[in-house]
Write a protein that binds this ligand. Structure first.
Ligand code: I6G
Length: 674
């Protein structure tokens, strides 16, 4: 459309918005993200502001929501119009709203900040304290009667709590019906198992669950409700502030969101918004912004409303976490454990403030259940720090002739068979020497949270591996200036930076090294626990599975995994390369003592004069050794105090393990020999 044809563009935008209104409000199957919808409305509004002659009475900018679907649900005329809210997309827009208000009111303003729950707006009417009717917003004047369905929601009380003579004869509460994230995930799991369509997000799941002819289905869906506003009240207490209204709702036994705050300035509003922008994923329900309302009801009356929205409230919308784009292809990546993960290659798209080109599809079942195909337009989601994922296809935009994607049966890197074990959802490359796995292990070692070697990302690791410069993580420390400068894309500065980063990584804490080694089940927390319980990598390596499991915070699964890892010669060889390079093997609490017992197992039995039992064990560990509870052929020495255990001494004699007295033990600690 030519920019010089504003009338044509306005008409086109109106048609598009109407189309998306129906998909969102009536079909619960939106094709575009909320942000893309908001952008269309904003463009139309800006166009109409520049050309007021283009405003039509039926323009979506003049209306709320979409007409109700009266073919399935009876129409309900709201007692008072159910308005929508104006939006602000930045703090500047929020300030501009505050400024606009100054034209209507003067004096100090208190604001109530409420989380904007991503659900379905609902009007719920109580007459003489009894639940009588629930209706959707519809077009703001007439909504859909969903009384039977909303009656199944536990959070919506059947009867208001006794308020004595404060009980209003009519109370219409407005609020949001929503599906908690945990319930949404459970529902989608069940839908997938039953081969049914997955819901794209909790809002769609809530809307779809409400739009059921059979209330039993709604009842099975675990919906919830927060009240946020009185729509109409007859009788009952007089209130002067919105915050008092919320107290009234609480007193009546209606659920009100616990995070609501009343503040005295827009700066505090901004702080509230920023806090929830950072913490939105801490909640078990989705929010897409913050609603800010003037608290004083007299000030509200002065402010009034436009045809569509009150002037006393605004919705501050968070940046979008979803967008639609074209899926160019589906590929499979091989992780460090051999796990084969399908991922989508996308036309680049902005989501959550960054450009996304790749998004995970998790596993074979997920691709099949979502049925996303190369060529599809897909919804992409990037929530918080989570890896971007493909939510699902926009079926109405599917090109003709696409075919379901088929998971490959061989590894895309080494060609070995891909195997999926019975009852498991993941598929694995069976070749432990697969270059794909090896490269991922090295990239993981260098990643943040592990050894944090800046400049040694997946790309660089691939190049280094292809040139046979690195085979395992130990080889990183043998890289030379000449090795690197010969590589394409490397110059003097980048080589020096990478070598400096590699050198700096030698001093990382032991927990980072443990994470970097990529031992199954050992994440950041497990690594911290191991590092402080054992004090050194050697002590961890030499500990028995029982000793590992006996350490506080280390369970049997981690203990077995650690033990199995260090039992492999291949892994011990890597550790030796790291040791030779001078990588730190010492834990956080290890005092600066010479590692005279590195890798040695010393069993203590009987009472020593100069050491308590724990003190002797600590002294051994502090010098890099271990102190198992029993004698085996791996034991280097047995230290015998007064009244030693007979079984230990017998075993030591049998296995020809030297037995030391306390003086010998002291020499051993100091020099490494008794
Ligand atoms: O759509 C809405 C969502 C949340 C609202 C709203 C709200 O308060 C937390 N409040 C009002 C007054 C309106 N819509 C009209």
């Amino acid at each position: 459309m030519a920019p010089s044809d504003p009338a044509g563009r306005a008409e086109e935008l109106r048609q598009q918005i109407e189309y998306h209104n129906v998909r969102y409000h009536q079909l619960d199957d939106p094709e575009i993200s909320d942000a893309e919808y908001d952008a269309l409305v904003r463009e139309l509004r800006a166009l109409e502001e520049r050309h007021p002659e283009l405003v039509t009475p039926d323009s979506p900018t003049q209306k709320v929501g979409a007409p109700p679907d009266t073919s399935t649900f009876a129409p309900v005329r709201h007692r008072q119009p159910m308005m929508s809210l104006d939006n602000a997309f930045s703090f500047d827009e929020l300030l501009a709203w505050g400024k606009r208000m100054e034209r209507y009111i003067s004096g100090a303003v208190d604001f109530v900040c409420e989380l904007k729950i991503d659900g379905v707006a609902m009007s719920v009417v109580y007459e003489n304290g009894l639940y009588t009717r629930a209706a959707t917003r519809g077009d703001g004047v007439v909504g859909e009667d969903v009384t039977a369905n909303v009656a199944t929601i536990e959070a919506v009380p059947e009867r208001l709590e006794l308020m004595g003579d404060r009980l209003p004869s009519v109370l219409e509460v407005r609020g949001e019906v929503y599906m908690p994230i945990s319930a949404f995930e459970e529902l989608n799991e069940k839908q997938g198992e039953a081969g049914l369509r997955l819901f794209a997000n909790p809002r769609n799941a809530a809307a779809g669950s409400l739009r059921q002819k059979d209330p039993k289905i709604t009842a099975s869906r675990d919906l919830s409700f927060f009240g946020y506003q009185v729509g109409d009240i007859v009788g009952g207490p007089q209130v002067r502030r919105h915050s008092d209204t919320l107290d009234l709702l609480r007193d009546a036994g209606l659920p009100v969101n616990p995070e609501i705050r009343t503040v005295a300035s827009l700066e505090e509003v901004d702080a509230f918004c920023r806090h929830w922008l950072d913490h939105r994923h801490d909640l078990d329900y989705e929010i897409d912004g913050v609603v800010v309302k003037v608290d004083d009801l007299a000030q509200r009356a002065e402010l009034g409303a436009t045809s569509k929205a009150p002037r006393w409230a605004i919705a501050y919308k968070f940046p979008p976490e979803e967008a639609t784009t074209v899926l160019k292809d589906i590929m499979v990546s091989i992780g460090r454990t051999g796990k084969a993960t399908p991922f989508a290659m996308l036309e680049p798209v902005r989501v959550s403030g960054s450009t996304v080109q790749l998004a995970t599809l998790h596993n074979e079942d997920q691709v099949r259940i979502k049925d996303v195909r190369p060529g599809d337009t897909v919804t992409v989601r990037k929530a918080g720090d989570v890896i971007p994922e493909v939510v699902g296809p926009v079926l109405s935009k599917r090109p003709a002739g696409t075919k379901p994607w088929v998971f490959p049966d061989t590894c895309p890197v080494c060609g070995s068979p891909l195997v999926r074990l019975e009852g498991e959802s993941d598929t694995f490359c069976t070749n432990v020497d697969c270059p794909g796995q090896r490269q991922q292990r090295i990239a993981h070692f260098a990643s943040r949270g592990a050894m944090d070697i800046e400049g040694l990302g997946e790309q660089t690791v691939r190049v280094l591996a292809e040139k046979a410069l690195v085979d395992d993580v130990g080889d990183i420390y043998s890289l030379t200036y000449d090795d690197l400068i010969a590589l394409e894309g490397f110059a003097d500065v980048s080589v020096r930076n990478l070598l400096a980063a590699i050198d700096a990584s030698k001093d990382r804490p032991l927990a980072n090294l443990l994470v970097g080694l990529g031992i199954r089940h050992v994440g950041g927390r497990g690594a911290e626990v191991l590092a402080s319980a054992f004090g050194s990598l050697d002590a961890i390596m030499e500990a028995s599975e029982e000793d590992l499991a006996a350490a506080e915070g280390v369970g049997p699964v981690i203990a077995r995994s650690v033990h199995e890892f260090f039992a492999l010669d291949r892994n011990r060889a890597v550790v030796n390369k790291l040791r030779a390079a001078g990588v730190n093997f010492r834990g956080p609490d290890a005092p600066d003592l010479p590692q005279t017992l590195a890798g040695k197992a010393v069993v203590v039995t009987g009472t020593l004069d100069g050491f308590s039992r724990d003190g002797a064990v600590d002294a051994i560990k502090a010098r890099g050794g271990t102190s198992p509870g029993s004698v085996s052929k791996k034991t280097a020495y047995v230290v015998a105090g007064r009244e030693p255990g007979a079984a230990k001494l017998t075993k030591a004699t049998e296995l020809e393990v030297p037995v030391l007295d306390e003086a010998g033990f002291r020499r051993l600690l100091e020099t490494g020999t008794p």
